[in-house]
Design a protein around this ligand. Sequence first.
Ligand code: TEU
Ligand code: CA
Length: 552
Amino acid sequence: MTNQDGVWWQTSTGYQIYPRSFCDSNGDGIGDIPGIVSKLDHLRDLGIGFIWLSPVYRSPMADNGYDISDYRDIAPEFGTLGDFDRLVAEAKARGIGIVMDLVVNHSSSDHAWFRAARTSRNVPEHDFYVWRDPAPDGGPPSAHQASFGGSAWNYVPEIGQYYLGHFSAAQPDLNWQNPALRAEIYDMMNWWLDRGIAGFRMDVISLIGKDVDAGIYEEGPYLHGFLQEMHRETLAGRDIVTIGESWSVSRETALLYCGRERAELDMVFQFNHVTAFEDEVFGKFRPKPFDLVRLKTVLFDWQETLAEDGWNSLFLSNHDLPRQVSKYGDDGPHRVASAKMLATVMHLMKGTPFVYQGEEIGMTNAAFTRIDQFRDIETLGKYADQIAAGVTPEDFIRGANENGRDNARTPMQWTDADQAGFTTGAPWIEVNPNHVTINVATDRADPNGIFAHYRRLTDLRRNLPVIVSGRLRPLAKDDSTVFAYLRELGDTRMIVIANFTAAPVDFSVPVDIRGDGSCLIASHAPRSSLGETLALAPFESVAIQLTTAGKP
Ligand code: TEU
Ligand code: CA
């Protein structure tokens, strides 16, 4: 298969659902699978091809499902296996596949395997996890810190050993060195694939090849061997899509995961454009100022890396990241224009775009003022660590409001009614008060709304091969106000130009893209020709297909 084949996951747009916050069907304040089924027409209208469903497996929900206690069952608060099968069938009837989240770097500490593993060194499940003896002084075997705060090593007095919880104590790492464990996972994957799902998004997959004793966690020496084995045992020969999440993948290693001849994954979720703006010491809770040239450099470099082989995923938001219109655009007076602009520049690059729930109506960050409003295990764990290190609560909350994960997790805003039409009960996390103006019903009623713009983008992708397969050439790389590029396939040339700022900009149009054409999509008045300069309104974006290009 080559990149030019235009397979379904290359011509489609993905949509991520965070089930807890999407739609509650029974008034318990928690989104659920019947709620998702009731909103499938909204997604069909948006024109997406598949849903990436964040975890719905049985879980004590320490990390909202990224801590699985039974890989072959659905969390009761989300529904039943029957509800899940109905979701797959109802989505399929609307041309939408269901991509499940596969969380196999770790399980929940409530999983039956772990409950057995911690009772004795002599049960087979013991070796399904990563155990080490105490250091000579009785303390943890290494200084490794958990992502969500505290030591990554947790002592179990009954057996006198520590287990590894790279994320938290509630998420013990699975021992991929054990072949019986790997066989259990492949069997489970086949069980879901045989139910008719469209693929997997693989949570922190770059961690499974770790060498703990060497202190190597990310992209360890066993990673690609395991992924190739997984491919042979489960993925090969199936018409599915696989996306591996990795916070460490670089341009140097990307093709090891998704190179066509590798038989591993179809694409990766990479975060180089996100980590570029994190503080080296304090991380995401003390973000660096935004810099458009830096953002473009990262994104354009990835376009180049995966131009001939592999495949890009295109996203600015997900359930771990702030709302994109708040982070990269303007969530005040220019909210609508900037939401459209961000969508345009992301969706028209080469790769598969992912829309995070609520992005299609320009949902914004939460603005919490008290730590008790936050729910996220990462935010609460880091709060404890950073307060202990002398950070003030006010400073911490400022950082959490800017970059914390709860921003993406406030309930989906369906209507202007109480609780935004998300629930008839008390939501598990507060609804953003701006739902009275920002909601699906209001936006969809507006022919110039954000939803209409996204719908146009999904439609263009399905119908214009230059968007799927064209080469990308960056334009005005060093311009700190405009995001612009050219896509080319045969004789077809498409230009995307976007003002990334809240001020008007006069863009000097490069000579070889001046000419006439037709407007494919525009945030403001349609434009169909490019002269010497293009006067762009704040956050204005446009895509033009040139017909007389190169004749200035
Ligand atoms: O995220 C991986 C991950 O590393 C994030 O926790 C990330 O570091 C953090 O948001 C940025 O500070 C995946 C899931 O997407 C996330 O929701 C889970 O909590 C995590 O794995 C553990 O399963
Ligand atoms: Ca519910």
